[in-house]
Design a protein around this ligand. Structure first.
Ligand code: AHR
Length: 326
């Protein structure tokens, strides 16, 4: 039986103090809690290559760090994520982490986690709440910057030539953090570029099939556009297939920019179907386990832990592909 060892304080002290140690003193190994450390993790789904790599990264890192992982995949269902989080509260795990399918609707279950003294770490995505103390830390990529970079590529690419460049956008799941923030970043940068305009948007749910359906709808509504910003590789590759069928030469007549940089995305660049890919690394397992161990032993945990962003064109994709693990 492991001992539950967390004392939750106000927002500022969350996760930074356990009985027997303080911020100034650091770890107090004489009174250190005994393991195994138990982490309850609720994954959002298996909608993309990115997500599968993210799941693997978390499972491998837990194993490597000897952390007992209780894992549930909600397959895109918020109710199932809430039920998984509740089961981790009932099992009195040491830390709960989850990647929320949407931003709203988490307050009640997270209040129960707090009442049980279990710290919560958000991975990859964020939640919308008036009570920021419901989670101690969030780990993930800067989705706004990803949107900025996608737009900056198109602005550069069209800096000479055409006077007016029309862009359509294929979004991920509505109310999910990456969908909202990538649009925010993309729009911010586009609005500074006089000749670029986003003329239409459609949600594609992060999947290749969703990207295909979204692209078909966008094509029906708009005959005249120059570029597609698809918010992940799968949807971009789905869009490329539909554009090819419609005789629009993806990667040439219609430029396509995506986010993720999975193997399929890099291959899409090499094949000329995609023009530019902004990386969003799914490999955050080690960062999560470090936060879990720090929380368990009373070390400090940063409120925000960000992963790095790299960008790819067809040349850098060819260099990176052989070593890409996802
Ligand atoms: O939250 C990260 C996003 O979720 C990835 O970009 C997308 O592929 C995924 O499924």
């Amino acid at each position: 039986m492991h001992r539950r060892s967390f004392v939750l304080l106000g927002a500022a002290g969350l996760g930074s103090m356990i009985s027997g140690c303080s911020d100034d003193e650091g770890f107090d190994l004489k009174n250190a809690p005994s393991g195994p450390i138990v982490l309850g993790f609720s994954q959002v789904g298996s909608e993309s290559g990115w997500r599968l790599a993210n799941t693997k990264s978390i499972q491998k890192a837990a194993e490597y760090n000897r952390i007992e992982l209780k894992f549930d995949n909600a397959e895109g269902d918020q109710k199932r994520q809430i039920a998984a989080i509740q089961s981790y509260i009932d099992a009195r795990v040491n830390v709960i982490a989850f990647s929320p399918v949407v931003e709203s609707g988490w307050d009640e279950v997270l209040q129960r986690a707090r009442a049980a003294g279990i710290p919560v770490v958000l991975t990859d995505r964020l939640i919308k709440t008036a009570d920021e103390s419901l989670y101690v830390s969030s780990i993930g990529a800067d989705f706004v910057a990803e949107g900025n970079l996608a737009a900056a590529y198109l602005a550069n690419d069209y800096s000479s030539g055409k006077n007016s460049v029309k862009v359509v956008e294929i979004l991920g799941t509505p109310d999910s953090t990456p969908a909202k923030q990538r649009t925010q970043g993309f729009t911010e940068t586009i609005s500074k570029e006089k000749k670029l305009t986003v003329i239409d948007r459609e949600a594609g749910n992060w999947t290749k099939a969703g990207g295909e359906t979204a692209m078909r709808k966008l094509l029906r509504r708009n005959k005249d556009f120059d570029a597609v910003f698809a918010q992940n590789d799968e949807m971009g590759l789905g869009a490329a297939a539909v554009l090819a069928d419609a005789g629009r030469e993806p990667g040439s007549t219609s430029r396509i920019v995506t986010v993720d940089a999975t193997k399929a995305g890099l291959q899409g660049l090499i094949d000329g179907k995609l023009n530019y890919v902004v990386e969003c690394s799914p490999l955050i397992g080690e960062l999560l386990m470090k936060a879990v161990v720090d929380l368990f032993y009373g070390g400090k945990v940063l409120r925000r832990i960000s992963s790095e962003i790299v960008v790819f064109d067809k040349f850098s994709a060819a260099t990176a592909l052989p070593d890409r693990t996802y």
